[in-house]
Ligand binder design. Sequence first.
Ligand SMILES: *Cc1c(COP(=O)(O)O)cnc(C)c1O
Length: 387
Amino acid sequence: MSAAAKTTNDSAPTSTARRVAWHIPASQVAQRTLNPIRQIVDHMKIAPNKDKEMISLSIGDPTIYGNFDIDEFANEAMIKVIKSKRSNGYPPSFGYQHARASIAAKYTIPTAPLTANDVIIGSGASDALNICITGLCDSGTNILLPRPGFPLYETLATSKGIEVRYYNLLVSNRSLFIVCVPEKNWEVDLGHLESLVDDKTSCILVNNPSNPCGSVYTRPHLEQILALCARHHLPVISDEIYDGLPFAGNVFHPIASLTDEVPVLAVGGIAKQYCVPGWRVGWILIHDRNDVLKEVCDVTIAFRSISRFRLRDVQARQGLISLSQLILGANSLVQGALPEILHNTPQKFYDDTLAQLEARIQLTDGKLGDLMPLRSCFISTILSIST
Ligand SMILES: *Cc1c(COP(=O)(O)O)cnc(C)c1O
C-alpha cells in the first residue's frame, strides 16, 4: 500500500478502484451532452472558394452582419448602468427585484397575471429552459418535444438522462418531408402527441411562435393542446421567445392566458427581439394559479424563508430557485438596464425590426418557395445580407 493510500479513511473504496494511470474519461453527463448546432458550427472547417465571398448559413445570430442593429437606446441604457456602478455585485440568483418587476409589468395581462415573484431571470432563455426542464423532469422520465423543433431542448433533456419523445407538427400530404403547408400552419398532431403520453411523462414543451417553423398558433389550437394537458395532468413549458415578432396578420396568444387549470412555465428573453443574443438575459414566467407547482417553484415562500433565515423551509421548497443558484443567474449590468430596455425602447425600433424581418421572409417565400418552409429567424438573418 502506498503512503497516500494509508492516509485515507477506512470507508474509502479499496485500492483496486483507484487510478493507476492517467486515464480520465469524460463524465457520463458530458458524454450524453451534444448540441447538434454547436457541434457543427464550432468545428466547421471549410476551405473557402477564393473567387467568392462566403455566406455563412450556419447560425441565427442577427448581429453578425450588422444589418439587424441593436437600438441606440439600449446602448445608452447600458452605459448609464455601468457608470452608476450600482449593478456590479452579485444579484440574487433569480434576478434583481426591479428587473423581475419590469418583466412582470411588461407581460402581465388580466387573463395571466404576474408579479415580480412569478419571475425568475436566467442567463438567456437557454438557461431558463434548462431550469424548467431540470425542475420538472427526473432522469428516467420523458418529455414531449416538437418535431421539427429547436435542438437545444433535446440537448438539455438527454444530458440529464431524460427521455425525449418527439410529437409531430402537421405538414402536407404532398411530401413526406418538408413542404410548406400554410393551411396546417405546423400545428401539433394532437393524436400523435396523446399517443406518446404514459405514466413516465413529466411535461410537454410547446414552442410558439415556432423556431424553425415560423408558425403562430391560433387560440383554438392552443386550447386543444391545453385540453390534452389537462386530461393527463401535464404541465407545459412554453418557449415564447419570439412572442414579440409575429408578422402582420398573426396574433400571438400566451398559452398561459387560455387556461385556469394547466400550470405553465413560459420562457422568454431579450436575445431575438432586441437583437442582443450575447447579452444573455432570459426569464421564466411562472403561471400556476392553483399552486400545483408549489413545490417546484414557490418563489414567495422561498423569499420569505430566506429573509427570516428559515433554511429548512427553503430546502423543502427549493425547486426552480435552487436551480437558479447553480450559476447565479444573468449578467448584472444587463439586468440593471432591463427596465429601461423593456419599457422605454422607442416603438420605431420594434416596427423597423419587424418590417425588416418580414421583407426577408417575403424574399424566401418568393425565391425559395416550397423548398424553404422553415421560416425562422435564422433564414431571415441569412438572407438579409443579400438584400
Ligand atoms: C434563440 C432561441 C432560444 C435561446 O435564447 P437565448 O436567450 O439566446 O438563450 C430559445 N428558444 C428558441 C426557440 C430560440 O430560437
